[in-house]
Write a new protein. Structure first.
Length: 639
């Protein structure tokens, strides 16, 4: 979605006009296909690198615009969030030392961003989801100030007509809502591109669909979101839900999500993918398009197809068909959007080498993927790999159901090696990059597994905020060494630095495991919960989880001492005893400010609410005791 001057589709006449432009572009694409105008006989590969920016406390740093201003290089560009950036790599002919050149180019560009970020006291992190990213970071102030992003947000909100709802279950369970599209900025990826000719597109696209699952299983790097351990590649579930415009209906209905693995194998050409996307998904954005693609073709020139490309940029297939122009010639590419960013540049290139090799090897082994694998099997494999990584079982032609590790080690890594060999990739590079994959699979140490093992090892120590910060700090440092993730020592709590860094906002120290009641509950239930769970404060919320009151242990004792019924069987409702004028804070409230409020109002807790006054946590004096000393020491140092 590279267009800058775009508008949300609010004007119906403008939408109809733009939709007509999209259809004209599609017809022109069909003509180019029929007349064999696409480049052939050339295989190029390329990549896009997305990344996170973090500050010295290992929290997201919204500095992309400042960094880009200093870089002054068009290969560096914006992403949706101000704490994200993207690097576009030059396409390379596939063969010889391509993989080495890809790594060298990428390493140099990442290092350039590191240098500029360091001058602003920020760091670069390659990871699928930033462990320290909080939901409170996903406000519109952190959206990159580029018109197309705000237009996309407006269009998505209008189409949904409601808040974004997320439900992801793994080791933990995440159930949240959000009010803007910025949740998409939680995800960063390493997007690999593979140029194909028109005749081979259907076969190679189907091949990419088939091999997506085992490649992903070996590459997972996103197990954490908002402190919860979810899927091994949580990006998959999160991204699919973050731009899901489907509206629940009272009866079952087939509705395709805007992010998907697809619904069927490709039969004839790339054109059918574009047709499906235009048929199923409304135009969200428009832009001024002056080009008539047929006039351009009649002049013997190459049309840009801007309308079609803009619409395609709002439909997110995990394997995407791309139209492009290189050296004045149109071409088709398959874009792999599944691979996460990180853990290191060399890990990413190794992941790409596995995909490139399987694209070649599998396509030679089976000339017709739909005859040997059911599409639903490919999709089920994909979900299993995203959920369980190397712990998944995958169904494969002539093998049946087999553990992902066994499939990779016994069949697919050797097949990828063969695919790279027949593509004339240097043998030393094949050994280097597929060797990394093989050792990673043998040790079962993907980026996701390294994070989970690190968190588990630190579990008895520090707070969750400190452990997540240590994870980020260790990742940043180990990425600098360039050593692949399967060789990394586990993260240690001390790597996060002084503990006072990690308590800047309420969201970093509040309790999220809440015990709540409604105002119609019996008071005896509150007293029992306080006794059972050793808590002194019980928030009262309505059916929409909005805070309506608070019951404190002290209030309960006072009520009981005033001869109100206390015996078993009393039906006194909570609304008769709860405090209604409750002092609250929001997740982004500075911790010092929250401490000041507690002192000023002489209260022992502060319920934490979002912008709609829905309860998201609670901050108590017990939570503050653990951090009071480091905060006091920092305060004394500063002043």
């Amino acid at each position: 979605m590279g267009e800058q001057e775009v508008a949300p589709g609010t004007d119906e006449e403008e939408l109809r006009t733009f939709t007509q432009r999209v259809l004209n572009d599609l017809r022109a694409l069909q003509r180019m296909h029929d007349e064999d105008l696409f480049e052939s006989g050339v295989r190029r590969v390329g990549a896009e690198q997305e990344l996170f920016l973090v500050d010295s406390s290992w929290q997201p740093a919204p500095l992309s615009m400042e960094i880009l201003e200093r870089l002054t290089d068009p290969s560096f560009t914006t992403e949706l969030g101000r704490f994200n950036m993207e690097i576009n790599l030059d396409p390379l002919p596939f063969g010889g030392d391509t993989l080495h050149r890809l790594e060298t180019q990428l390493q140099a560009k990442v290092e350039r961003v590191r240098e500029v970020a360091q001058s602003l006291d920020a760091r670069v992190l390659l990871t699928g989801i930033l462990p320290t990213l909080a939901k409170s970071d996903l406000h519109l102030g952190n959206m990159t100030p580029v018109p197309r992003y705000f237009a996309l947000n407006e269009a998505m909100n209008r189409l949904r007509g409601d808040c974004y709802r997320f439900r992801i279950e793994g080791r933990d369970q995440l159930v949240i809502t959000h009010d803007n599209v910025l949740v998409e900025a939680c995800n960063t990826s390493f997007q690999a591109h593979f140029q194909v000719s028109v005749p081979e597109f259907p076969h190679l696209y189907n091949t990419s669909q088939a091999v997506t699952a085992p490649v992903l299983a070996a590459a997972t790097n996103s197990p954490l979101l908002f402190g919860q351990q979810l899927w091994r590649e949580t990006r998959i579930a999160l991204f699919e839900q973050s731009v899901d415009t489907r509206v629940p209906t009272s009866h079952p209905r087939e509705q395709a999500p805007r992010v998907s693995f697809g619904r069927k194998w490709v039969d004839d050409s790339a054109v059918e993918i574009f047709r499906q996307d235009i048929s199923r998904f409304r135009v969200l954005l428009s832009t001024q398009v002056d080009e008539d693609p047929f006039e351009v073709l009649d002049r013997g020139e190459v049309p840009q197809l801007r309308a079609l490309r803009l619409h395609s940029g709002t439909v997110y297939r995990w394997n995407r068909a791309c139209y492009g122009i290189s050296e004045g010639k149109p071409h088709l590419r398959i874009e792999n959007r599944v691979l996460p960013a990180g853990p290191t540049v060399v890990d990413e290139v190794a992941n790409a080498a596995l995909w490139f090799g399987l694209m070649s090897g599998v396509s030679h082994q089976w000339q017709n993927i739909p005859k040997v694998m059911d599409f639903q099997t490919a999709r089920e494999n994909f979900i299993a790999a995203a959920r369980q990584g190397l712990g998944a079982s995958l169904t494969w032609p002539e093998r049946g159901e087999v553990p992902a590790t066994t499939l990779l080690l016994e069949e697919l890594i050797p097949l990828a090696r063969h695919g790279l060999e027949i593509s004339k990739i240097d043998s030393s590079d094949i050994d280097r990059y597929l060797g990394i994959i093989e050792e990673r699979v043998q040790s079962r140490r993907t980026g996701s597994q390294w994070m989970i093992a690190s968190i588990d090892a630190m579990q008895p120590q520090g707070s969750q905020s400190e452990r997540l910060a240590a994870l980020v700090a260790a990742s940043v440092e180990r990425q600098r060494t360039g050593e692949p993730v399967h060789t990394w020592p586990l993260a240690e709590l001390a790597e996060s630095g002084p503990s006072s860094r990690h308590y800047a906002t309420v969201s970093q120290i509040m309790s999220k495991d809440l015990f709540t009641v409604s105002e119609e509950e019996v008071v005896d239930l509150v007293a029992s919960v306080m006794q059972w769970r050793h808590v002194r404060y019980i928030p009262v919320e309505d059916n929409q989880q909005r805070l309506v009151g608070l019951v404190t242990y002290r209030t309960l004792l006072r009520v009981m001492s005033q001869s109100l019924p206390q015996r078993q069987g009393s039906t006194l409702p909570v609304r008769e005893v709860m405090l209604r004028d409750v002092i609250t804070v929001q997740p982004h409230t500075p911790t010092r400010e929250a401490m000041g409020l507690m002192r000023e109002h002489k209260v022992g807790c502060l319920p934490v609410v979002d912008g709609d006054h829905r309860l998201v946590g609670i901050l108590t004096e017990h939570d503050l005791i653990a951090i009071a000393r480091p905060l006091l020491e920092k305060h004394l140092e500063e002043g």
